[in-house]
Write a protein that binds this ligand. Structure first.
Ligand SMILES: *[C@@H]1O[C@H](CO)[C@@H](O)[C@H](O)[C@H]1NC(C)=O
Ligand SMILES: *[C@@H]1O[C@H](CO)[C@@H](O)[C@H](O)[C@H]1NC(C)=O
Ligand SMILES: *[C@@H]1O[C@H](CO)[C@@H](O)[C@H](O)[C@H]1NC(C)=O
Ligand SMILES: *[C@@H]1O[C@H](CO)[C@@H](O)[C@H](O)[C@H]1NC(C)=O
Ligand SMILES: *[C@@H]1O[C@H](CO)[C@@H](O)[C@H](O)[C@H]1NC(C)=O
Ligand SMILES: *[C@@H]1O[C@H](CO)[C@@H](O)[C@H](O)[C@H]1NC(C)=O
Ligand SMILES: *[C@@H]1O[C@H](CO)[C@@H](O)[C@H](O)[C@H]1NC(C)=O
Ligand SMILES: *[C@@H]1O[C@H](CO)[C@@H](O)[C@H](O)[C@H]1NC(C)=O
Ligand SMILES: *[C@@H]1O[C@H](CO)[C@@H](O)[C@H](O)[C@H]1NC(C)=O
Length: 518
């Protein structure tokens, strides 16, 4: 047995609160008198009234101490020298230099870092590569950085600043091997003895070809210059066609491909892969049946049917594709099909004596509900009469009628054409409710939180009938859920409304749900 849990939102309360949440302890704290450290909430002042701050697992006195990663040090040494952090340790600023967490003795007041080395900027240059790599080099004339490398630009060039790749001028790389661009050309890793600047020769994949004699197909093979590409081969357009990837000889310019063969356009047509005579035959749909014209046979989608015996029923499915069904006539004089919501329940009828309305067959001279009804001027929508409806240009939409010039009916709901031009077009705006469009709720606010946390309660919260993800596109800092009886309470702090871009400082969010278990 399947248990369906439906949620009913009882209350949603959003209030400003005085306290801020401390993420590490999942508690509220007062920023005026307390600190929110990695390990929880602690007092902001020590017993001497000195102001403290967090230092990993400890606290330190702001005025007299420094925090170097995890440890606390005195701001001044015993002899009064100022201390600074170098990674996790402290050092005397007057004695040493800290380069990328490496300590070096100070030399003649030089204190410029290049990665972990101390350099003299007058004589040394620092070349920077990707991922913040750095390398020191002695300054030289005509020299430039290429990533962390340093090269002479009169003899070399930089191929990739990111990777710091230096090559001699007039050399290039082919499959990681250096070659002379005056003598060779590289085609996807293969070298040819033709100068790189010779435009008569071009690459076709790994092959080199002469553009005067040949052309390249698909970037992978060459064909004679006068021909055209035809999948794995070629064809000459003046005397051939490319049919299904094969060249076929033609005898007249009106011939076209049909499958692997040819047909002659004025007299013939192509039905999928089959050629037929247009004056005597008809193609139901490409790849479908071919019927003889002016007989009892007709098309129903791709399939042909005997119109003496059967009628053709059509309907649009939810993807707006047309679906077809051929049914046997219940009475010989029937000429058409009436399709209710399920095409399987279609019935044949005569369009002369009856009409099909909302899937039901009604006598043309019948009543509409309890009212007499004139089928040339009135509209009868599921038994509800719209006097003069047909004459005034309306149509049925479920049991309601609507003005076809300004409105559109999709799935028994009426929309304004200004909001929805066709039923294919997605729109949540139906005639009397104009809603604001919201950002894609999966990516924002509560839902992004919900995507990260697979707590069952959060999932239910997301699936609740009011769909909070669409109603409030809120970024929630902390979310707790608790259950009492059949009521679930969800609690959190709102940081930002992604719709209005408004940020909140101390805004608490609280919501209660009732779970129905069917
Ligand atoms: C800094 O030191 C770290 C660790 O030794 C090293 O991975 C990094 O590349 C260095 N950064 C620079 C800019 O040299
Ligand atoms: C760079 O190359 C030029 C020309 O070969 C040369 O005169 C110069 O000394 C080189 N520079 C360095 C720093 O090697
Ligand atoms: C290219 O030239 C080199 C040197 O002249 C020669 O050894 C090599 O065989 C030539 N390659 C081709 C494909 O002609
Ligand atoms: C197509 O025409 C060419 C030249 O006219 C001829 O050589 C070839 O045999 C023909 N191919 C076929 C399949 O008829
Ligand atoms: C096409 O059909 C018409 C009418 O049946 C006939 O006269 C004509 O010869 C047919 N043409 C071909 C090419 O079969
Ligand atoms: C349709 O209604 C007319 C008038 O009420 C009646 O004469 C006729 O028999 C009905 N036809 C059918 C097929 O029910
Ligand atoms: C039905 O409506 C049409 C158009 O208004 C009118 O000409 C006709 O006389 C009406 N028929 C009856 C039976 O009232
Ligand atoms: C309409 O919306 C549905 C569901 O949101 C979606 O799957 C579909 O791709 C949308 N169609 C168009 C044409 O945007
Ligand atoms: C919720 O629980 C209370 C007591 O536990 C019960 O009286 C009430 O009927 C329940 N409501 C629903 C909708 O299940």
């Amino acid at each position: 047995m399947k248990t369906v849990v439906k949620l009913l939102v009882l209350t949603i309360v959003i209030v400003e609160v005085a306290a801020e949440p401390c993420m590490s302890s999942m508690k509220e704290y007062d920023p005026e008198s307390q600190l929110c450290c990695d390990y929880g909430v602690v007092p902001k002042f020590n017993e001497h009234g000195q102001k403290l701050d967090c230092c990993s697992e400890k606290t330190f006195i702001v005025e007299t101490e420094i925090c170097c990663e995890r440890d606390v040090f005195k701001k001044l040494t015993e002899d009064g020298k100022e201390q600074s952090c170098c990674g996790a340790t402290s050092y005397e600023k007057s004695e040493k230099v800290c380069c990328n967490n490496t300590l070096t003795d100070k030399i003649n007041g030089i204190n410029s870092c290049c990665g972990s080395s101390l350099i003299n900027p007058k004589t040394t240059i620092c070349c920077r590569g990707s991922n913040s790599n750095k390398k020191p080099h002695s300054i030289g004339t005509h020299m430039k950085c290429c990533g962390v490398e340093y090269y002479n630009k009169t003899t070399h060039y930089c191929t990739s600043k990111k990777k710091g790749m230096v090559l001699p001028l007039l050399k290039s790389l082919c499959n990681n091997n250096e070659y002379d661009i005056l003598k060779q050309k590289c085609c996807t890793g293969t070298l040819y003895n033709v100068s790189d600047s010779d435009e008569q020769y071009t690459c076709c994949g790994t092959k080199l070809y002469n553009t005067v004699d040949e052309k390249c197909c698909d970037g992978s093979f060459t064909i004679p210059h006068a021909a055209e590409c035809c999948e794995k081969g070629h064809f000459y357009p003046s005397s051939q066609k490319c049919c299904n990837g094969l060249p076929v000889n033609i005898t007249s310019s009106t011939e076209e491909c049909c499958g692997n063969g040819l047909y002659d356009r004025p007299y013939q047509e192509c039905c999928g892969n089959v050629i037929y005579n247009t004056s005597s035959h008809q193609c139901c749909q490409p790849g479908g049946d071919i019927i003889v014209k002016l007989t009892e046979y007709k098309c129903c989608g791709k399939i042909s049917y005997d119109s003496h015996e059967d009628v053709c029923c059509t309907k649009h499915n939810s993807h707006y594709d047309t679906i077809y069904k051929i049914i046997t006539k219940s009475v010989e004089n029937h000429d058409t099909c009436c399709v209710p919501s399920e095409i399987e329940k279609s019935q044949s009828y005569s369009s002369i004596t009856h009409r099909c309305q909302l899937g039901g067959i009604i006598n043309k001279t019948d009543m509409c509900g309890i009212h007499p009804y004139n089928e040339t001027s009135d509209l009868c929508c599921g038994g509800v009469l719209d006097k003069m409806g047909l004459e005034e240009g309306r149509d049925c939409c479920g049991i309601k009628s609507y003005d076809m010039t300004s409105k559109i009916c999709c799935d028994s709901t009426i929309y304004l054409k200004t909001n929805k031009l066709s039923c294919h077009q997605n729109s949540t705006e139906f005639i009397d409710v104009i809603q604001r469009t919201l950002p894609r709720h999966r990516d924002y606010g509560i839902c992004s939180y919900c995507n990260l946390h697979t707590i069952q309660n959060v999932k239910e919260f997301l699936e609740s009938p009011t769909n909070l993800c669409k109603q409030f596109v809120l970024k929630i800092a902390k979310l707790t859920t608790s259950m009492a009886g059949n009521t679930t309470t969800v609690d959190g702090f709102i940081h930002k409304d992604l719709l209005s871009q408004k940020t909140f400082k101390n805004t608490r969010f609280n919501s209660k749900y009732l779970a129905h278990v069917n």
